[in-house]
Design a protein around this ligand. Structure first.
Ligand code: WT7
Length: 649
């Protein structure tokens, strides 16, 4: 088996899948030549309160306007719950697998979930949360996280889920930016047997930041039973409040373009951006891609291992699967607790058919050898998926051969927080697979590879990846900053959405994502702006200056490499390294802590004072032969000193 091998569509799948090769070509062509017709028909998969008559109204130039199904009205939670009650009310909607295999799992049917969501919606209303208000959700991977999202959708509130791994500082920034009225959290989270003090973090975020005073309610889920402080008047227990209200709450009629959620993501500059997604177009796109990319069939058990704190959890644990009436498995824990068989044992336990995870998890598990996998059956598996970063062919082949027993196609799905759903991916009944390639664009997606000047390249080519046409799942704006939205995504290459990724198209028209071309690093599939880490570092009193770049990391894909210049009179030491790690953990969270930190007396700068990151990247990569032109540096000697002191562990 070599990485250049092509894996054809299994004959059985070509015959039975939702989309085969011929159908893909036909529908793809149609989706581009007649987007109104194509998306108009596809939109019918949802229940609309008032049907749309206008399908598409989008422009990537000027002020950039993106509207889909504009005059239609619907309710997202009714589409995910109510409409399934008659046909599959007693089918399991969410299968919850706890952190420890010793703890009993939970199976929540659509009917039960409907009741839970209605109660919570009524609690939110009783606490004065209104249509259009923002609600911050800071929860572990428990069913209440999905209830909370859908309860917001039910009353027309806009949720902002903040990953439980973010620090109080990071949480406060996100609460403040969108002006949340309410925070939903739990006493603690649990990951790999260790408690995560979510409520205490929320308390700290709210007490140390005056600008979060707009939060009038904190709803606390009792999860571990850990002891927490309750602030009278502001803090209430989720279970106690839910017991006081009715299990029925009529869904609010929302416009297709009303916002459904905000999700913060890192960019190459400044603070995290509040990516805003719509109700109608987003749900159409999440549901359609979930059904076709995973070839989902009624009754199947589908498991996406992402956290609901990321967009993957939004689109492919909650919204897409539930809109399709699927059984979606939600896992609280981590891949290696109690041991490296955890995923595979859970697959056997719940008879999972479709499994969707990240390359970083695959690489980490691959390191443990085959036996934790081969000691399990996995006979229920039929399809595997990958997301978050480029998957190296070695990991792809192991995933295919060992996890999938050579029998399950892998869908390598490329997309972004901004895109709402998958844009480039195999459809498993239609595309032969090449390990490491995300293969072909989804319906309606028109990828364009441009050179540095923005000239579109035809045929075999490598350059920067743009998307030429809008699709319904596309983000609509950056919350509160439409100007930044236009500048970030539509100004580099006029009239096109710029993804920030590099990409190659091969002779067969297959796409190979080569990674970010901006100052964003992808650490274990988590996106981190280097500027954010730098500003956290320079906020430390002993740090004068910091420059952060990514470097190749065996497990994480990319690691964070920080060059730190200290204040006059300060000495670099291992103790200070540990102190800075702790500092970054507090400012942002564990995912932002540098893997390697080098104390540098000076950074390579141009005479005008601009840090030459290209050189820093090369040094971090251990690639000294290709430093390029360093003659424009103010002090070229700095480079040798950086090389001499490069960190290796
Ligand atoms: C960035 C987006 C989309 C959900 C998870 C991450 C990288 C994502 C792939 C893939 C190569 C990928 C890109 C992209 N990425 N999936 N299959 N192959 N690269 O969402 O945090 O918004 O990050 O992740 O660089 O731009 P995100």
């Amino acid at each position: 088996m070599t990485a250049s091998e092509i894996f054809p569509v299994p004959a059985e799948l070509a015959a039975s899948a939702h989309v085969n090769a011929a159908r893909y070509q036909e529908l793809y062509d149609r989706s581009l030549s007649d987007p109104e017709g194509y998306w108009g028909e596809v939109g019918q998969r949802l229940d609309w309160i008032k049907p749309y008559t206008e399908v598409k109204s989008t422009s990537f130039s000027g002020d950039v306007k993106i509207r889909w199904y504009e005059d239609g009205t619907l309710n997202v939670s009714a589409n995910c719950l109510d409409r399934h009650l008659a046909t599959r009310g007693d089918q399991v909607a969410i299968l919850w697998e706890p952190d420890s295999p010793e703890t009993p799992h939970r199976a929540i049917t659509y009917r039960e979930m409907h009741g839970e969501v209605c109660r919570l919606a009524n609690v939110l209303k009783a606490r004065g949360v209104k249509r259009g208000d923002r609600v911050t959700i800071y929860l572990p991977m428990i069913p209440e996280a999905a209830y909370a999202m859908l309860a917001c959708a039910r009353i027309g509130a806009v949720h902002s889920v903040v990953f439980g791994g973010f620090s109080p500082e990071a949480l406060a920034g996100r609460i403040e930016d969108c002006g949340s009225a309410c925070v939903i959290t739990s006493d603690e989270g649990l990951r790999g047997g260790k408690p995560v003090p979510l409520k205490a973090n929320a308390d700290q975020a709210l007490s140390t930041h005056a600008a979060t005073a707009h939060v009038h309610t904190v709803l606390v889920v009792r999860h571990t039973g850990g002891k927490v402080e309750m602030t009278p008047g502001r803090d209430v227990w989720y279970d106690e409040e839910c017991a006081k209200v009715a299990a029925d709450c009529p869904p609010e009629e929302m416009s297709a373009e009303d916002p459904l959620f905000i999700l913060y993501t890192s960019g190459s500059t400044g603070k995290p951006k509040g990516v805003l997604h719509s109700s109608g177009g987003y749900l159409v796109y999440a549901a359609l891609t979930h059904e076709l990319v995973f070839d989902y069939r009624p009754g199947e058990v589908y498991w996406c291992t992402a956290d609901v704190g990321w967009v993957t959890g939004h689109s492919y644990i909650v919204y897409g699967p539930l809109a399709n009436g699927a059984t979606s498995l939600m896992f609280e824990g981590v891949p290696t607790y109690p041991d490296a068989s955890r995923f595979w044992q859970a697959i056997d336990k719940h008879q999972v058919n479709i499994f969707y995870t990240a390359p970083t998890a695959i690489r980490a598990l691959m390191r443990e050898g085959d036996s934790p996998v081969t000691s399990t059956s996995r006979a229920s598996l039929r399809l595997l998926g990958s997301v978050g970063e480029p998957i190296n062919p070695e990991a792809w082949l192991w995933y295919h051969r060992v996890v999938g027993d050579g029998r399950c196609p892998i869908v390598d799905t490329w997309w972004q927080t901004e895109t709402g759903g998958i844009l480039i991916s195999p459809l498993p009944g239609a595309m032969a697979l090449k390990p490491g390639s995300a293969t072909k664009p989804f319906f309606g997606i028109k990828p364009v590879i441009v050179d540095a000047e923005g000239v579109p390249l035809e045929g075999e080519a490598e350059g920067n990846l743009c998307i030429a046409e809008s699709w319904p799942g596309q983000m609509r704006t950056i919350y509160g900053d439409h100007k930044r939205f236009v500048e970030t995504y539509f100004s580099t290459y006029k009239g096109m959405y710029f993804t920030g990724d590099g990409c190659r198209r091969d002779a067969d028209g297959y796409y190979w994502i080569t990674g970010r071309v901006d100052d964003v690093v992808n650490v274990s599939g988590h996106r981190m702006g280097t500027a954010e880490v730098e500003s956290a570092l320079v906020a430390h009193p002993k740090v004068a200056e910091a420059a952060v770049v990514g470097y190749p990391h065996d497990i994480k894909g990319q690691g964070i490499y920080a060059y730190v210049t200290l204040m006059e009179g300060e000495e670099g030491s291992d103790a200070l390294r540990a102190e800075l790690a702790k500092w970054v953990r507090q400012e942002i969270g564990p995912i932002a802590v540098p893997d390697l930190l080098q104390f540098a007396p000076g950074l390579p700068k141009t005479r005008s004072g601009k840090i030459m990151r290209r050189i820093l990247r090369k040094i971090a990569e251990n690639d000294y032969a290709n430093l390029g032109d360093i003659s424009t540096l103010a002090d070229p000697a700095v480079v040798q000193s950086l090389i001499d002191n490069r960190q290796n562990r």
